[in-house]
Design a protein around this ligand. Sequence first.
Ligand code: NAD
Ligand code: UGA
Length: 460
Amino acid sequence: MLSKMKINNICCIGAGYVGGPTMTVLADKCPNLKVNVVDTNKKRIALWNNKDLSNLPIYEPGLSEIIGRARGKNLFFTSDVEESLKNADMVFISVNTPIKKKGIGAGQACDLRWVEASARQIAKFCTGKTIVVEKSTLPVKTSEVIEEILVSTSKSEKGKEFYVLSNPEFLAEGSAVENLLNPDRVLIGGDNQNAIQILKEIYLNWVKDEKIISTNLWSSELSKLISNAFLAQRISSINTVSAICEETGANIREVSTAVGYDSRIGKNFLQSGPGFGGSCFKKDISNLVYLCNHFELKEVANFWEQVLLINSWQKNRIYRNIVSKLYGNVANKRIAILGASFKANTNDLRESPSIEICKKLIEEEAYLIIHDPQVSQESLELELESPKGWEFQKNINKVFIDVDAIIILTEWEIYKSLDWLKIYPIVRRPSWVFDTRHFIDADKVKKSGFKFWQVGSCND
Ligand code: NAD
Ligand code: UGA
């Protein structure tokens, strides 16, 4: 009987931004469980196993300390998928689910090839009873696909039984450890109450009972998409307001503070910037739009699509503003780029607004000196897709020499304490500072001699 099933071994397929931190915290909080995190990317696995904890494949505040405690005790990173699955009582699927690039649904639908491959691996290698947990963000009804693959395989093999649960992840990069240790909620969707209870028992090791909610499978899958859609919608909303502020003399910080004081609205996610980035918001809303169109809910699809359109508009508007202030010409101008990651405290460049703006500037033949505290030259090369027109400078003091403009694109804390009085003498004049995050002290910059533009402020 499933109710008597004891979980000893966990396997997580996918050692990425979710699989890595999630399983690290789980292993640390459940010392009696053995946790194997597997990935087909051997380079990534080698980095997770690197002795030097500053070389982990992802940067997350607080993560290396926990890895240092758990790795080699009950937490293991390996490429041996077969062996890890053979012994697993519970398998988390935490693989990438990007947007399809080609074919039916290209640009909107989710590419499920990695999820399907995972299901086939589970069906092939797992033995006995196995609880399969969807951790990846998936289109509604994907669990049906997973279940069909698992069941059709297990029919012919005696003793194999699978129970599928949905347990979406809500962590945000840059605060993943904090979010995992103190989640707002843990959501478990499923139709087998025993399986739900078994997964719940694991979370109860560190999460309070009242924060663990259970729903049916479809509600769980949909809630994840809707949570991201609501968050992204707030950002697009506040970004439209930033443009009104720039025209009217209102100030976006003041407006978002005043609006956010209303407890029904709340103060979070009202920070205007160069548009949302990251691997998920665009993907998940595109997916939601695809789903709505599939069910012929055209008006609903159009409503959510607008969130994406405003996001592109904001990035474009800011880019055009920059070029316009630089006399409509950036060719041969040296421009300092502060921040490449899609937000602070992560090394993730996926869908970063900074990368998109950099690409456009390179296309206009500007020369960029890019600084970021955590990203690597290698990952920038991959994302920028151009060997020319830019250099990566790790030393912040060498970024500003002879530049015509400085663009702040990621809100890294170190940019707040830059000494503008010291920077001004080494730039080429007239020189601009563009603060696309509305995050540095406008007066200090202006007093140093710079021309200054800030998102959501009246700029003259
Ligand atoms: P990622 O690309 O960083 O990691 C996925 C990993 O899975 C890769 O390393 C890849 O090599 C591995 N993989 C793919 N197929 C495999 C297979 N068959 N066997 C073994 N390994 C395989 O992705 P991520 O950012 O960790 O996101 C994973 C999922 O979680 C996505 O569905 C995403 O939408 C969701 N999610 C992401 C975040 C986030 O902050 N990044 C937060 C919540 C949810
Ligand atoms: C987001 C959600 O916050 C997580 O709950 C979710 O689990 C995750 O997506 C996911 O499914 O992948 P993440 O993308 O890591 O997390 O980071 P966020 O803090 O949400 O920021 C996303 C983007 O929005 C960043 O580019 C950030 O700079 C921008 N943002 C965020 C704003 O422009 N303004 C804000 O007020 C907040």
